[in-house]
Ligand binder design. Sequence first.
Ligand code: MV4
Length: 503
Amino acid sequence: MKMKLLIANRGEIALRIIRTCRKLGIRTVLVHSDPDRESLPVYYADERYPLGGSTPGETYLNIPKIIKAAVGTRCDAIHPGYGFLAEDASFVAACEENHLTFVGPPSEALEKLGNKLLARRTMHEAQVPIIPGSDGQLRDEDVAVEVAERIGYPVIIKAVYGGGGRGMRMARTSEEVRRFFRVTKLESASAFGRDVLYLEKQLIDPRHVEIQALADSRGKIVTLGERECSIQRRHQKLLEEAPSVALDEKLRERLCDAAKKGLAAARYVNAGTVEFLLDKSGRFYFLEVNKRLQVEHLVTELTTGIDLVEEQLKIASKEPLGMSQNDVHVNGWAINCRINAEDPKRGFSPSPGTVVRYHPATGPGIRVDSALYSGYTIPEFYDSMIAKLSSWGRNRDEAIRRMRIALDEMEIVGVPSTVALHMAIMNDDGFLQGNFDTSYLDHVLPRMNSALLEIERFAVAAGVASKMTLRSPPVQSQPSTSKSSWRSFARAKAVAQDWRAGW
Ligand code: MV4
């Protein structure tokens, strides 16, 4: 592919995109903020372009600066990664105006899925099941109560322009509908700039399962199976796997068919994901379309062998899909753990800092996507995910066993991380039995938290700088040779293993 690509993102996803570009012989330009100047993707990109500034608004969200960079470096295309400008219709329009290929859906498709109500309507017209609720926006409180009484309580009042779990409230009675209609409207106006609301029946503790699809510019669509994303905390996914234990072949086929119909109706092009909620009786409902490459795309890559970034670039270059549905085979099982620099002691609040030692896990069936290196200082301006640790196995059990080994090997010293939490999940009966839904962490986290705090006490008492450390280890008073520091590391591991045996 003859192309020069600007990457409008940072961290592990910028590195991920660069790797595929190097494979395909595509030249890359990476824009970056001041704090990201010494990041790995900046080092690996063919060209670097400083945007100037630190905040997202000054840099990765700044449309004029990014367009100027792309035009000035003679790029043909822009890959937005995820987050930042990945689903921003005005950014896509700015690309189109400047004859830059946006690696993502065309603005027309973004419009058809532009907000939650439009997406709901598009899916409904395509005969994709949607959650029972209001047909359009709720004009006033009286209409809201009318709809709620018709579909039955509990209901959820949702802000059409809300996101990430913000701007939604559960109501159990007509009084609550009236009260929450008013507060959600006010909150929505101030938080999202628009106060349009709708209402849905509330599903109780559903599972969250999503279908990955690829659509080319000729209208051909293939699905690459599902990802199980129920294990999340406050609407932040923590761990994803493919396939999902909740689907049998028949249900999987119905979900994939629904995703295809929905994306076709939206005239969708490029990689996209259709999210569904699954209720306890095996019914499924459309939730949202993710119009981007997702954080968790690698579990799909591991089970299908398809390079999703390569497919995105080919589709953006107007190439027809090189595969048909019969060529897609889901093989084995993959799990992805999001490693965040977060402190379980302080309610998992982001805890940036300097990673004094980083040792990624390796070995059979292990993949790590990360821009970390020993000595790297995590900037405070961006999100707290610092690595994605994935395992693949011939079946779920093998993927879990490999994940345990990898979590045990992974060393992130200097900042607290979610490594120990993932290990606790890999040993939890509910997880092992596949018996979980979106409420999973609410139930098990209080129980796990005491274990996580135990680990910290142990680590501090033993002076151990292991991945079990939930906060920075004490600064070493005398510099040690690499040999002796390696020996103390090995000793610390032995102590940790003895201790863990009794855990
Ligand atoms: C729901 C729901 C139950 N019933 N809608 C949360 C984020 C937003 N995108 C949609 N969300 C939900 N909508 C109805 N009618 C439960 C959730 C929900 C959820 C959805 C996906 C993944 C995790 C979740 C955790 C809590 C609630």
